[in-house]
Ligand binder design. Structure first.
Ligand SMILES: N[C@@H](CCC[C@H](N)C(=O)O)C(=O)O
Length: 294
C-alpha cells in the first residue's frame, strides 16, 4: 500500500490492519493535525456505523504530538523526530502500549516509506519499542517487537462468570492480570465467558486492567483468551500475550525461555530473556480509504 501522509481535506485518510485479528484503524497524521477526541475514535471503531476496530493507531511524530499538547513530555527513550504510535482503545480511552499495534504500526511505516526496513524506532506512551520487519510480502509481514521488561506487581484475582481465578499482576507499560489456570484445557477455555467484563480488584488496578486467562505450558505452548480494558474481548493482545507467557513460565518454574501462544486470532511467539521480552507475529494490512466524518 502506498498511502501518502495525510493532508488537510474533508475526510480522513485511513488504513485498516490487524495483528492476529486484533484490528486497528491507522490514521496517518504526521503533523498531529486531527482532533482525535473520544467521539471520533468511537465513530472510527464502530463496527456498524464506522470502519470497525479494537483501537486506533495515529501515526505522528513525537515532536508534533508534543507541540499540539497531545503529549505532555517525551516518554523514556523517545526523541522528537521519532514516529509515535498514539494509541486509543475503541471506547476512546488512551492506553500506554499495544503490542500487536506496534507490529502493524512498524509494517505501515515501512510500507508507506516513512521508515526503511531494519530497526524501526516506535515511540509509545510507555517508552521506545524498537521493531524489526523480518519478512514482508506487500500487505503481509512478520514483525518482531522489543517489548521491554515485564514488571511483576503481585498476586490478584478476577471473577470470570462463576469462577474466581488467581493471577499475576504484570506491568507491560499497560496493566495486566495474567491468570494461568492449572486444570484448564482448550475446550474449557473456550467455554469461559471472557466476553463479559471480569470483576477485578479496583484498588489493585486503579486504572483498570486487561485480564488474560490461559492454559498452563504444555510442550512450550499455551492457549489464551483476553478481555481488554477499553475494547472488550479481542482476538489477541500483544502486551497480554507477553504478560501471560511470563506468568505461565513462572508457573512452570522458569523466568526465561520461549513460549508459543495460541489466541483466537492466531499464533505468536514470545521470547523472555533476563530483563527483556520480545514478541514475534504477523501484521496484515487489509484496506485503505477515506473516512467521512460527520
Ligand atoms: N491490544 C493491545 C493492548 C491495547 C491496550 C489495552 N486495551 C489497554 O487499555 O491497556 C495489545 O496488543 O497489546
Amino acid at each position: 500500500m502506498a498511502l501518502k501522509p495525510s493532508a488537510a481535506h474533508s475526510g480522513l485518510e485511513f488504513l485498516k490492519g490487524h495483528g492476529t485479528l486484533n484490528d486497528f484503524v491507522i490514521l496517518p497524521d504526521d503533523g498531529a493535525e486531527v482532533a482525535l477526541d473520544e467521539g471520533l475514535v468511537r465513530a472510527l471503531c464502530d463496527r456498524r456505523a464506522g470502519i470497525g476496530a479494537d483501537g486506533v493507531l495515529r501515526i505522528a511524530t513525537a515532536g508534533a504530538l508534543l507541540d499540539k499538547g497531545v503529549l505532555d513530555t517525551l516518554p523514556n527513550g523517545v526523541g522528537e523526530s521519532d514516529w509515535f504510535m498514539d494509541y486509543r482503545n475503541a471506547d476512546g480511552s488512551t492506553a500506554e502500549m499495544c503490542g500487536n499495534g506496534v507490529r502493524v504500526f512498524a509494517h505501515v511505516l515501512v510500507s508507506t516509506g516513512r521508515a526503511t526496513s531494519g530497526e524501526v524506532r516506535v515511540g509509545t506512551r510507555s517508552g521506545l519499542r524498537p521493531a524489526r520487519v523480518l519478512e514482508q510480502d506487500g500487505d503481509r509481514a512478520l514483525v518482531r517487537v522489543d517489548m521491554g521488561e515485564p514488571r511483576l506487581l503481585g498476586v490478584s484475582y478476577a471473577r470470570v462468570g462463576s469462577r474466581t481465578l488467581a493471577g499475576i499482576g504484570i506491568d507491560m507499560g499497560n496493566p495486566h492480570l495474567a491468570c494461568v489456570v492449572p486444570e484448564l484445557d482448550e475446550e474449557s477455555l473456550r467455554a469461559l465467558p471472557v466476553d463479559q467484563q471480569p470483576v477485578f480488584d479496583t484498588e489493585f488496578f486503579p486504572e483498570g486492567v486487561n485480564v488474560e486467562i490461559a492454559t498452563p505450558v504444555r510442550d512450550g505452548r499455551i492457549s489464551m483468551r483476553v478481555h481488554e480494558r477499553g475494547a472488550g474481548e479481542t482476538m489477541s493482545c500483544g502486551t497480554g500475550i507477553v504478560a501471560t507467557a511470563v506468568a505461565a513460565l513462572a508457573d512452570a518454574g522458569s523466568e526465561t525461555g520461549q513460549v508459543v501462544v495460541q489466541v483466537p486470532g492466531g499464533e505468536v511467539v514470545v521470547d523472555l530473556s533476563e530483563g527483556g521480552s520480545a514478541l514475534t507475529g504477523p501484521s496484515v494490512l487489509v484496506a485503505e480509504g477515506v473516512f467521512r466524518a460527520s
